[in-house]
Design a binder for this molecule. Structure first.
Ligand SMILES: Nc1ncnc2c1ncn2[C@@H]1O[C@H](COP(=O)(O)OP(=O)(O)OP(=O)(O)O)[C@@H](O)[C@H]1O
Ligand SMILES: [Mg+2]
Length: 299
C-alpha cells in the first residue's frame, strides 16, 4: 500500500485548469472535463495529504447512481480515451477519474435532503427544535430518522462556509416553480437512493445535490457528483444506534482525527499520518464495494 500515490493535481495539456476543492475542471467549449483528484477537504481546508484513489471512488459511484436515476444529468462520457492529446502516462493517472459533462449554469444552491438527524441539522434541532428553520417533532435523539425526509437548502458560498437557508428564501431567489421542482426532485432521488442503499445494508442519512440548466438547451439536470461519500452520510445499518453520532463512510474519520490534534482551523492543517490516510482510503473503498457489489478495480 505504501507505493500508492495520491493524485493531488491533474494536468490536461492544452487546457486551462480551474480548481475546485476536490475536482479539477477543464473547459472544452460547450463541455467540461471534471477530473476527480485525491484531494480531501475538511473544515474548509484542503489537507496536505490526499487519499489515494478517492477520486476514483467518487467518480465510479457518481456514474453508478447517474445510471440508476431517470432524471436528466450532465454526463456525456467517462472514457479517458475520448479526451484530446492525452499521453500514456497521463492516461493511467486519469483512468477512472474523468467525466466529460455538459456545461451547465449551476443553480447557486446546495439541495440538501435529510432523512436522519445528524451534523448541523442535529445541532440546530438540539438548540432550537428546528432544522433550517423548519419545526420538527419534539423528543428526537441524535441520528433519529426524520420522517418524511426534509429538504434543507444551503447557499453555495464562493468562499467560506455554505449557509443553511429556509425554503422560503430559495423561493424568493428562484421563484416557486423552480424551487419546488428542485425540492421535489431532490427528495425523490434521495428516497430512491436511500431505498437502494438500505437493500445493501447502508443507511443514507443525508445528501447534497447540485442542479444546473444545460447552457445549450436550458434543460434542468443533475450536475457535479451524486450520492458519493463526499456529498452524503452513509451509515452501516447493522450497527445503527440513535442517541449519538454514527460511524460513517465519509471523511468524518479524518475530521475526528483532526479534532484530536489541537489544530486551530485558522492556520494550515497538520500533516496527516500514514495510518489515517490508509484507514480513510479503506472507508471510501468499502462504501464503493458495498453499494455497487463489485470489487474495487484499483485496489
Ligand atoms: N455540469 C457542470 N457545469 C458547470 N459546472 C459544474 C458542472 N458540474 C459540476 N460543476 C462545478 O464544478 C465544480 C466541481 O469541483 P469541486 O466539487 O471540487 O468544487 P467545490 O464546490 O469547490 O468543492 P466542494 O464541493 O467540496 O464545496 C463545482 O464548482 C461544481 O459546481
Ligand atoms: Mg463539490
Amino acid at each position: 500500500m505504501s507505493s500508492r500515490r495520491a493524485l493531488m493535481q491533474s494536468n490536461l495539456r492544452g487546457f486551462t485548469r480551474r480548481g475546485g476543492k476536490v475536482r479539477d475542471v477543464y473547459d472544452l467549449g460547450d463541455r467540461l472535463v471534471l477530473v476527480a483528484t485525491d484531494r480531501i477537504s475538511a473544515f474548509d481546508w484542503i489537507l496536505p495529504a490526499g487519499i489515494p484513489d478517492k477520486g476514483r471512488v467518487l467518480t465510479a459511484l457518481s456514474l453508478f447512481w447517474f445510471k440508476r436515476f431517470q432524471v436528466p444529468n450532465h454526463l456525456i462520457d467517462d472514457h479517458v480515451d475520448r479526451l484530446p492529446n492525452v499521453s500514456d502516462d497521463d492516461r493511467s493517472e486519469l483512468e477512472g477519474r474523468v467525466m466529460i459533462v455538459k456545461k451547465a449554469h449551476v443553480i447557486p444552491f446546495e439541495c440538501v435532503v435529510r432523512g436522519y438527524l445528524a451534523g448541523s441539522g442535529w445541532k440546530e434541532y438540539r438548540d432550537h427544535g428546528t432544522v433550517c428553520g423548519a419545526k420538527l417533532a419534539s423528543g428526537l435523539k441524535e441520528s433519529d430518522a426524520i420522517d418524511p425526509p426534509i429538504f434543507t437548502p444551503a447557499t453555495k458560498a464562493e468562499t467560506g462556509h455554505d449557509e443553511n437557508i429556509s425554503f422560503d428564501r430559495m423561493v424568493e431567489v428562484l421563484g416557486s416553480e423552480l424551487a419546488e421542482r428542485l425540492r421535489d426532485l431532490s427528495v425523490q432521488i434521495y428516497r430512491e437512493g436511500a431505498e437502494f442503499a438500505r437493500s445493501r445494508g447502508l443507511i443514507l442519512a443525508d445528501t447534497k445535490f447540485e442542479w444546473g440548466t444545460d447552457l445549450k438547451t436550458g434543460e434542468l439536470m443533475l450536475v457535479d457528483e451524486v450520492l458519493t461519500p463526499d456529498s452524503s452520510r452513509y451509515w452501516d445499518a447493522s450497527g445503527y444506534k440513535p442517541g449519538g453520532p454514527q460511524p460513517s463512510f465519509d471523511k468524518q474519520f479524518v475530521r475526528d482525527w483532526l479534532e484530536t490534534t489541537g489544530w486551530d482551523k485558522a492556520s494550515p492543517p497538520p500533516p496527516v499520518p500514514r495510518e489515517i490516510v490508509d484507514q480513510t482510503r479503506n472507508k471510501y473503498i468499502q462504501a464503493y464495494k458495498i453499494l455497487t457489489g463489485n470489487a474495487f478495480p484499483w485496489s
